[in-house]
Design a binder for this molecule. Structure first.
Ligand SMILES: [Zn+2]
Length: 95
């Protein structure tokens, strides 16, 4: 079981959280073409390595935040607030 550190509450068991998909996905402009909208709606990265994800502390404070997690080892390198930029992870392969 993962131990996830909520930026607002501290470290809790994974069972208190809900996964919300990939983070840092930008919505296209309203007049974007079908290909761009299709890519936004249906395609997500599926890296082997660092993945930036949104999580909600559903059975805690209820707030959303981001996690930088390794998809192979499940190690969590960073948790950070929504709206913050991706953290610098020196020495870690990035996607
Ligand atoms: Zn929390």
């Amino acid at each position: 079981m993962l131990q996830i550190t909520c930026p607002y509450c501290g470290c809790r068991d994974e069972t208190e959280y809900s996964f919300g998909g990939e983070s840092h996905v930008s919505r296209p402009a309203p007049d974007a073409g079908d290909a761009e909208w299709s890519d936004y709606l249906f395609n997500r990265s599926n890296p082997r390595g660092i993945h930036y994800e949104r999580w909600q502390h559903r059975f805690g404070c209820g707030r959303w935040f981001n996690i930088a997690r390794d998809t192979v080892s499940h190690e969590i390198y960073a948790t950070y607030e929504m709206g913050d930029a991706r953290p610098d992870l020196p020495g870690k392969a990035d996607n």
